[in-house]
Design a protein around this ligand. Structure first.
Ligand code: COS
Length: 388
């Protein structure tokens, strides 16, 4: 990464700078390529194992359960995602899903569940997934229809979850289902469901433009013990939102990593390419593009690390700031990458070229973990609340 001056910003301490430098060196050696074979499942399993062996997944869980720091640290999660995304979208995905898939256990799991799952997540021995969305409940998550009905000493899950990252390769899923304590958001509970539980099946694998493990899950008469529930009955929606508050800022950081890579690629191209007797970088039109890309990246970085710092340093909710960061960083990264493709001309749309890959990688970040439109809704609500 050519510009690392942002690490001197007051949001970071020495440990953060050490993490960024250490992971940058490791990623350059171990995942420093954007190309992947067809077998994305095997690639992803391998990445989780390597990230675990090297200790990087220790940032995804609290210290008492094998983590590197006493509690989840948003700035560390963001720096890790930004650095991995710069090198390899699938490595970022593998890291992020260990955090998102186990985040609700860290936040609301019983000590027994935390002991059982989190150390294996940190070592890369158990692959985690977050099962919230449904075919008719994506943005309006409180409209979910998967049910968890009391059944003996536990619950019986029935329903369908879709767009589930790591679906098909996960060892366990954090599943949100309707327990009906109240209508809407107050009648949802969260559960940890082992992948091998009878009644849970992978209904369909989903292929997307930037391949990664993704599936639709079906629950039919799937029995889970009450001890697998995360938090109190009816608290599941809040657990989901608290988890997303942490990981939305990290999506912004991943977008930043992609954008920084695109800018570096564009600068290298602009300096090397000659036309009309000068380099591309000598043209003012190219300079305008570079200036706008660099400024968009810094603006997005400021919002991202403000959100992460706010959560770490001040505690409490950083809902509005995380939503702002995710909206701006993902939208701006899309534009930065598009401009990088333009700088490369025809080469930029060649299959397998780094900027072509980035062009495909960035698109889903504007949708998952709350589409840009949802972030606007969240920002407006919080802003109106603050104003009123
Ligand atoms: N942290 C803690 N609690 C939260 C919270 C947060 N960030 N956000 C909401 N809550 C609480 C509210 O305070 C409210 O509590 P009470 O019932 O005690 O008043 C409860 O949760 C319900 O909140 P709200 O009324 O805002 O629920 P809505 O159904 O209106 O939520 C949005 C709407 C859009 C905010 C929500 O559905 C959302 O974020 N959707 C996007 C989901 C998403 O990201 N999907 C992608 C899939 S994940 S990969």
């Amino acid at each position: 990464m050519s510009d690392t001056s942002y690490l001197d910003w007051p949001f970071f301490d020495e440990a953060h700078r050490g993490l960024a430098a250490g992971l940058r060196a490791w990623a350059g050696e171990h995942v420093g390529r954007l190309a992947h074979d067809a077998d994305v499942d095997a690639q992803c399993r391998g990445l989780v194992a390597r990230l675990g062996e090297a200790g990087w997944l220790g940032y995804c869980v609290p210290g008492a359960f094998g983590g590197r720091l006493p509690a989840l640290d948003s700035r560390s999660l963001c720096l890790a995602r930004e650095t991995l995304a710069y090198h390899d979208g699938l490595a970022d995905f593998a890291f992020a899903m260990q955090g998102l898939g186990s985040g609700a256990i860290s936040i609301a799991g019983s000590p027994e569940l935390q002991r059982r799952y989190l150390p294996r997540v940190a070592r890369g021995e158990a692959i985690a997934a977050f099962a919230l969305s449904e075919p008719d409940a994506g943005s309006d998550v409180a409209a979910m229809s998967t049910t968890a009905r009391p059944d003996g000493d536990g619950y019986r899950l029935d329903g369908v979850k879709t767009w589930i990252s790591n679906g098909g390769i996960a060892d366990f899923y954090t599943v949100f289902a309707r327990t009906e304590e109240a209508p809407g958001a107050r009648g949802i509970s969260a559960f940890v469901v082992d992948a091998a539980t009878p009644g849970l099946e992978i209904a369909q694998r989903i292929d997307v433009i930037a391949p990664h493990p993704l599936a639709t899950l079906r629950f039919a008469n799937c029995r889970v013990r009450a001890s697998q529930r995360l938090g109190a009955p009816g608290e599941g929606f809040k657990v989901a939102m608290r988890t997303l508050d942490i990981f939305r800022a990290s999506v912004a950081a991943a977008a930043l990593g992609f954008a920084r890579r695109a800018l570096d690629e564009a600068i290298a191209r602009a300096r090397a390419r000659t036309m009309f007797g000068q380099t591309l970088a000598d043209f003012q039109l190219t300079q305008a593009a570079i200036a706008e890309m660099a400024t968009a990246i810094d603006a997005a970085a400021l919002l991202t690390y403000r959100a992460a710092w706010l959560r770490d340093a001040k505690g409490g909710r950083a809902t509005r700031e995380a939503a702002m960061a995710k909206m701006v960083a993902t939208e701006e990264a899309q534009k930065v990458i598009d401009r990088a493709v333009q700088v490369f001309g025809g080469i930029g749309v060649t299959s397998g070229h780094p900027v072509e890959r980035l062009y495909r990688e960035i698109r889903s970040l504007r949708i998952y973990e709350g589409a840009t439109e949802v972030q606007k809704l969240v920002i407006a609500r919080e802003t109106l609340k603050g104003a009123g």
